[in-house]
Design a protein around this ligand. Structure first.
Ligand code: ADP
Ligand code: ZN
Length: 442
């Protein structure tokens, strides 16, 4: 049994703008939308699009006019590589980051000194919403580098006034010693790395539940509610979800409050839309769609209607914490992560959900797709708990059958299931890469 306490519901709010009455918030958004349209008007990509559509800041009369603005995609960024979207002279840049390149060549994003302040404030907000206080010590096991996770959280933590331990990624055993030595109560990393930390601690003969950690802020990759439960049980902590992407600002776009019922989008800085990725029409609240963000306050590189390819749902139901901002669900996947297997759309997160429903499995898995003949073939490899590995073929077969059945229920697809021994599949220090698609290679 684990002893995770219920969330520390103290409804901490860092900034009055998180709780503005809707009308006031929307008035602020409209002013900022006009300002940003003005700022980007001389970026060649937008200048052309504005000319075609007759857009100037003065023609933005209401927030509905957002729909007249052009979309921006990752390909647009690539076409204007490396910094074709900046709105300020190069000498005003204070920092340049890159996307982690999950889906190809990295793209660069730029910040002015003021953007860096804004970014720290936004990270500080979700950290405070999730219980961070100045007295805490935070262990950051995100990579520090072009990736926005490390530096973004680092400065957010400093902004709150907590002590940050910039452990960065790698050497998990050493990280565990540092957590013990310095008594960090808070862990920041990817959810998959949180599991690696727990597992490595056990290998070192340390009970991960006895580490000083009390809660964690995890993000940068999709994870399921089942995964949250696993992390909370393994480390005996509360796990909070936060979301962001480099093109929009980095982490700090949204994060959970103490109620952990969706991530509050920081709407005074970002306008969000949730669209059908094919028709580009708005989907209703509660329905899945692609998230599209417009950065309202950034100076160096504000993007209009950036298509994230992340699939999630929005809700405008009031939250008990008092924030008035719209909340987003977990990201269930990226449109470019979606596998089409024998005509069925499958997201890796569905496989994860299915696996973690079956007792005896672990959250360490790999998904392989092949096309040996004319039919796609899906193989799911999953590590099982050591006590479940047995020489009895019938037992192993039963476990495989149960997993296969669960995958069929959740994802609607038949999979070959392979059980793997503990610690045989790859571990990740940053974003997990669990899909190997071998179709088209032979
Ligand atoms: P890249 O697109 O190369 O991975 P980023 O480092 O900017 O570049 O990563 C941003 C992406 O990471 C998001 O678009 C999203 O797909 C994923 N992501 C970030 N935070 C979360 C989260 N909390 N849940 C699910 N996915 C997330
Ligand atoms: Zn809330």
């Amino acid at each position: 049994m684990h002893t995770v306490q219920p969330p520390p519901i103290d409804n901490a709010v860092r900034d009055r703008d998180e709780t503005l009455p809707r009308a006031e918030l929307e008035a602020l958004q409209l002013t900022r939308l006009r300002e940003v349209v003005e700022r980007v008007a001389h970026v060649p990509f937008y200048r052309e699009a504005f000319a075609l559509r007759g857009i100037t800041a003065r023609t933005i009369k209401s927030l509905d006019d957002l729909r007249r603005l052009p979309f921006t995609t990752k390909d647009d960024l690539r076409r204007h590589h490396p910094l074709g979207f900046i709105t300020v002279p190069r000498e005003q840049l204070a920092r340049i980051h890159g996307s982690s390149g999950t889906t190809g060549k990295p793209t660069f994003v730029a910040y002015t000194a003021k953007d860096l302040q804004t970014w720290s404030d936004l990270c500080a907000r979700f950290l405070v919403a999730g219980g961070l206080q100045p007295r805490h010590t935070v262990h950051v096991a995100f990579g520090y580098g072009l990736f926005t996770g490390g530096f973004g959280l680092h400065y957010g933590i400093e902004k709150v006034g907590a002590a940050v331990v910039p452990a960065a990624s790698g050497n998990t055993r050493r990280q565990i010693e540092i957590i013990q030595d310095l008594g960090a109560e808070v862990l920041v990393c990817t959810p998959s790395y949180a599991l690696t930390i727990a597992e490595t601690a056990r290998e070192m003969g340390i009970d991960p539940r006895r580490l000083p950690l009390k809660f964690g802020h995890f993000g940068a990759e999709p994870w399921t509610e089942e995964m949250r439960q696993q992390i909370e049980a393994d480390l005996d902590i509360l796990a909070f979800n936060n979301y962001g992407l480099s093109e929009v600002i980095g982490p700090g776009v949204s994060g959970e409050c103490a109620h952990r019922d969706g991530m509050h989008i920081q709407e005074d800085h970002f306008l969000v839309e949730c669209l059908d990725p094919d028709t580009l029409e708005s989907v209703g609240d509660g329905e899945e769609g692609e998230l599209v963000f417009t950065a309202l306050t950034k100076e160096a590189m504000p993007l209009l209607r950036y298509r994230t390819r992340d699939i999630a749902r929005l809700t405008r139901e009031p939250c008990a914490c008092g924030r008035t901002t719209v909340r987003m669900s977990r990201v269930t996947g990226r449109t470019d992560d979606m596998l089409i297997i024998r005509g069925v759309n499958v997201f890796p997160s569905q496989i994860e959900e299915a696996l973690l429903r079956v007792e005896g499995t672990t959250p360490h898995y790999m998904i392989e797709v092949e096309r040996p003949g004319t039919l796609d073939q899906l193989t799911v490899k999953v590590e099982v708990l050591p006590e479940l590995l047995s020489d009895r073929m019938d037992r192993m077969q039963r476990l495989k059958d149960r997993i296969g059945k669960e995958i069929l229920t959740v994802a609607g697809i038949r999979a070959n299931v392979e059980l793997a021994a503990p610690r045989t599949l790859e571990r990740f220090t940053g974003k997990a890469k669990r899909v190997v698609d071998k179709r088209g290679q032979n």
